[in-house]
Design a protein around this ligand. Structure first.
Ligand SMILES: Nc1ncnc2c1ncn2[C@@H]1O[C@H](COP(=O)(O)OP(=O)(O)OP(=O)(O)O)[C@@H](O)[C@H]1O
Ligand SMILES: [Mg+2]
Length: 209
């Protein structure tokens, strides 16, 4: 199965892709990371931190033709995309074959408006006719870099904003914490992170085996 991290611009994709891949690896899922970003941040992070699973370069508009056939059965491919604003061809190619798309966003209005204005919904809908099932990939929003204060209205407001526009939003959120902001280029521990909670939620929702 292929899980794609997407967003119009810098919105936490690489950090969440790396932590989620580690959390899943630690739970026994065979993992491969795919770096579908020309900036190769995930590749450079792996080179320094030595991830316990392979990370393969895949920033190409032919991703859908080349990558799925290389993925061993029962292995999860975690894909880190680049900016959909600048490299929509690569993101669209990834979305043609992704089983699950995770739209990363902070709860800030700047990020929400960017998702609206790209428009991210259209990027997902446009790939539908090019997919085997003729539907857009199942897509869930992962709110990240959230204010850690429990009295902040940012997360509930962002949830409402997405829900009103028909997006699925994960219950799990990732707070703005030094643990994540300083993660690159160090080794990653998925267990105990918010991304480990996300694995539980994804399982409970039937999104992953
Ligand atoms: N939960 C978090 N708390 C604090 N800082 C975070 C968190 N998640 C990511 N960051 C920081 O935010 C910045 C952007 O994150 P990241 O590089 O993962 O985004 P991206 O979407 O992959 O960006 P790009 O598209 O430019 O590659 C980085 O400096 C990262 O360390
Ligand atoms: Mg990145």
């Amino acid at each position: 199965m292929l899980i794609a991290h997407v967003s119009p611009r810098t919105m936490g994709k690489t950090t969440n892709a790396a932590f989620l891949a580690h959390a899943m690896h630690e739970r026994g899922y065979p993992m491969i990371g795919y770096d579908a970003d020309h900036s190769q941040q995930l590749t450079r992070w792996d080179a320094k931190a030595k991830f316990p699973f392979p990370v393969l370069g895949a920033a190409s508009e032919t991703f859908h033709m080349n990558v799925p056939k290389t993925l061993p059965p029962d292995t999860i491919g975690m894909i880190d995309c680049g900016h959909a604003e600048d490299h929509v061809g690569v993101t669209s190619s990834v979305l043609r074959c992704a089983d699950l798309a995770i739209l990363n966003s902070s709860p800030s209005t700047a990020d929400l408006y960017r998702i609206r204005d790209l428009p991210m919904r259209k990027v997902l809908d446009d790939v539908a006719p090019l997919r085997l099932d003729s539907k857009p990939p199942e897509t869930w929003v992962l709110l990240n870099r959230c204010p850690p204060q429990s009295n902040s209205k940012a997360v509930p407001d962002a949830r409402k904003w997405f829900a009103k526009r028909g997006w699925n939003v994960f219950t799990t959120t990732v707070p703005f914490l030094q643990q994540y902001s300083q993660a690159i280029p160090f080794a990653v521990k998925g267990a105990g992170s918010h991304l480990d909670e996300l694995v539980t939620e994804m399982k409970d929702r039937g999104l992953i085996p």
